[in-house]
Ligand binder design. Structure first.
Ligand code: AMP
Ligand code: ZN
Length: 472
């Protein structure tokens, strides 16, 4: 399996640090509003990476944070006259609803920055003790030049960065950061301003900088050294560059083996962003489309290619996804009327031939998670299934075909088999009615009930011990 590593700018063979285990960290959203579909892109892309790794047999520890303390959250809280906590709690709940709609698996751990302050204070102290950080008037800064590898992820040269900052002297004065030893230094801890939430620390009553939270949560919930660190490409600099500087200086080991970044979701070829106002929230899209369509739309592009959002592309995604759903629906009808008994030899052979599409799917995903090509393989499978299934087939074969499709769509996180789940009690009740109908010699009704159950994916078996049922 090959993964494109931003650190080396190359596709590399994926070899996890520990056999069969993957430690993966994905930078999560800042929660002060409903998420927009740009924010949804890393969620969908890296959830799919996770699902594929799991399908390949890896045990994935997937950590994704919520940034729940930040200037924007405080601003929103002040506008509404409520606490910052109320804002972040509200939007974390809303974000989780959107994630469920997009069929994004909950992370193994979803840490919150505000719950991890002691760990952040510890790491900042370690950085001070090791000479990588210093305190000035209650603010702690990272001594950027001291970290030798600074710029290795973003490929920025430190002297060019310095030159870029030279004209910032005025700006620094305005922001009160002219006390820094070097304009390149960044904040690890800052004192509170009036009315802001704060925590006690050895340096001041205040709060952590943004970058330190990910270094700390990744260390606590995964390890000092992890396999994959991921996020949108705007995070490469400065966020991820600074995370590397913090973690590697504090822990003395490489931070992450692979760095993965998704390209932007654009609108009119400009990055969709809250500050530009050119965004659609996931919630708005959900009013028009099933969020599966949004997920499918995103996966139609490779995660490192930009996508330009448009209604036309969403419509075409909807139509394409419908083709898979229709195929699965047809299979469900055929299953309801299929022949009982064992799969025939011919059916077994036909089923074996689906391996070709699985190989294509795996080859696409093994090539840096090329979901666009993987979807093409799914369509080839769907076409094959459509032309090799009929009411003459056995239920066993048809059910196996259906599973062939849903196994792959599950890896992509696409729900194409909407189960109208019947409760066990409802099934038992229908079976009892059917038994009564048979006793009454009303075989037409008995058959009708059996068919009704079958159409909902419930298969009945009449045995000597009575009626047994299973889900298709
Ligand atoms: P934020 O809440 O701005 O920190 O963003 C959360 C995540 O969404 C980060 O990984 C960003 O890189 C990502 N992101 C934000 N806007 C876009 C966009 N238009 N396209 C793709 N990813 C984005
Ligand atoms: Zn982060």
């Amino acid at each position: 399996m090959k993964v494109y590593n931003t650190l080396t700018r190359k596709k590399e063979e994926f070899v996890p640090l520990e056999d069969n285990k993957v430690k993966m960290y994905v930078c999560g959203p800042t929660v002060y509003n409903l998420i927009h579909i740009g924010n949804a892109r890393p969620m969908i892309c890296f959830d799919t990476v996770r699902r594929y790794l799991e399908y390949k047999g890896y045990d994935v520890n997937y950590v994704s944070n919520f940034t729940d303390v930040d200037d924007k959250i405080i601003k929103k809280a002040n506008e509404e006259g409520v606490s910052a906590e109320e804002i972040s709690t509200r939007y974390i709940a809303e974000c989780k609803k959107d994630m469920a709609g997009m069929n994004i698996k909950p992370a193994t751990t979803h840490p919150l920055a505000t719950q991890e302050i002691p760990g952040m204070i510890d790491m900042i102290q370690t950085l001070i003790d090791r000479g990588y950080a210093y305190e000035k008037n209650g603010t702690v800064y990272y001594r950027t030049r001291k970290f030798e590898g600074y710029g290795k992820l973003s490929k920025k040269n430190i002297d060019e960065l310095e030159a870029g900052h030279r004209d910032d002297a005025h700006q620094l004065k305005v922001s009160g950061e002219d006390e820094k030893e070097d304009p390149l230094d960044f904040v690890l801890w800052k004192p509170k301003k009036e009315g802001e939430p704060y925590w006690e620390s050895p340096w001041s009553q205040g709060r952590p900088g943004w970058h330190i939270e990910c270094s700390v949560m990744s260390k606590k919930y995964l390890a000092d050294e992890i396999d994959i660190h991921a996020g949108g490409e705007d995070l490469i600099f400065p966020h991820h560059e600074n995370e590397i500087a913090q973690s590697e200086a504090a822990n003395g080991v490489p931070f992450s083996k692979y760095w993965m970044h998704n390209a932007f979701l654009n609108i009119d070829n400009k990055k969709m962003s809250k500050s530009m106002g050119n965004f659609f929230t996931v919630r708005e899209i959900s009013e028009e489309y099933d969020l599966q369509v949004l997920r499918f739309f995103m996966l139609n592009a490779h995660y490192r290619n930009p996508i330009n959002f448009s209604r036309e592309l969403m419509e075409s995604a909807k139509n394409s996804l419908d083709r898979i759903i229709t195929s699965v629906d047809n299979l469900k009808h055929l299953i309801a009327n299929g022949r009982q008994g064992d799969m025939t030899e011919e059916e077994k052979e036909l089923l074996d031939k689906t391996k070709e599409f699985y190989d294509k799917f795996d080859a696409a995903m093994d090539d840096d998670f090329n979901t666009a090509d993987a979807i093409s393989a799914v369509f080839e499978l769907v076409k094959y299934v459509n032309s090799n299934s009929s009411s003459d087939n056995t239920t066993a074969y048809l059910t196996a075909l259906k599973e062939k499709i849903t196994t792959l769509t599950d890896v992509l996180g696409l729900i194409v088999d909407k189960k109208e789940e019947m409760l066990d009690s409802e099934i038992d009740e229908l079976i009892a009615r059917r038994q009564q109908a048979r006793k009454d010699k009303n075989f037409a009704l008995a058959d009708q009930i059996r068919d009704e159950l079958l159409s909902k994916g419930i298969i009945l078996e009449d045995t000597r011990e009575g009626v047994r049922w299973k889900r298709a």
